[in-house]
Design a protein around this ligand. Structure first.
Ligand SMILES: [Zn+2]
Length: 260
């Protein structure tokens, strides 16, 4: 019994040491991060969003086609490349196929079968899910095979799987809506200056689009891309934002996009 107690106190001590190491690394990371964003860190001279120079991703997890740029600028009223048949074939070549199946079955059911997700059987346009570096997707249907990365370690919550598939259906992030400044405050001074491009704001919204949703599964969290641990994104009155699961407004937006 004494041995067990010794072991458990040893484990606790190791936990505490581990906690200190993690805390220290966070503090060091904050100490070296530069805070604050200027307009040129968010978009280029043509007003187009900037990608992360290392990953080529926009707003953290999107790969964009040339059509998507026009949509982000608001020159197109809505995403042009939808899944016109409302059927989305997919394969999972690495990762956890049954977790993807079940997250999509649940999404499809919440959408009242407006969209049908199915394992691919020879369709030419489809999504290939693989376990790459991080979680990312294209926005809308690109035509042919389009990849989506769901890293086995980190991208397999139901909310994250659905988030990436909602990008593939054609939705961007909630906090990049053109009307976001009426609903949220971006705390520019707390943003890591290498991550400013994540706070790009779109040019226009499709008319009649459902309401802004602070807890959308497509909304980033309150300390996203912080340089110092302080809030980067809040409601206008300072409240927390960000969602981790599908909301009724998310459902309404997808159904509006697909005219269900
Ligand atoms: Zn995203």
């Amino acid at each position: 019994k004494k041995n067990i107690r010794t072991l458990s106190s040893l484990a606790k001590r190791q936990d505490r040491t581990m906690f200190r190491v993690v805390l220290l690394s966070c503090l060091v990371a904050f100490a070296y991060a530069q805070c604050g964003c200027s307009p040129s860190m968010i978009s280029d001279e043509n007003g187009l969003p900037k990608a992360d120079p290392e990953t080529g991703l926009y707003e953290g997890d999107m790969r964009l086609t040339s059509n998507n740029f026009l949509e982000l600028l608001g020159l197109r009223n809505t995403v042009r490349n939808l899944w016109t048949t409302k059927i989305v074939p997919y394969t999972v070549v690495s990762g956890n196929p049954s977790a993807v199946d079940s997250a999509l079955a649940s999404l499809q059911s919440r959408l009242s079968n407006c969209i049908r997700f199915k394992r691919r059987s020879g369709e030419s346009d489809y999504i290939e899910v693989f376990s790459g570096s991080g979680c990312w997707s294209y926005v809308g249907r690109t035509g042919g095979k389009q990849q989506m990365s769901l890293q086995s370690n980190g991208c397999y919550s139901v909310g994250t799987i659905q988030h990436e598939f909602i990008h593939a259906l054609g939705l961007f992030h909630e906090q990049s809506r053109s009307d976001r400044d009426s609903f949220v405050t971006v705390h520019w001074g707390n943003i890591n200056n290498k991550q400013c491009h994540n706070f790009y704001k779109q040019g226009s919204l499709p008319s009649g689009f459902p309401a802004y949703d602070y807890v959308s599964v497509m909304h980033y969290g309150t300390t996203a891309f912080t340089c110092n641990g302080s809030k980067t994104l809040t409601t206008r009155s300072g409240g927390n934002v960000g969602g981790s699961s599908l909301t009724n407004l998310d459902v309404a937006k997808i159904r509006a996009l697909y005219r269900c």
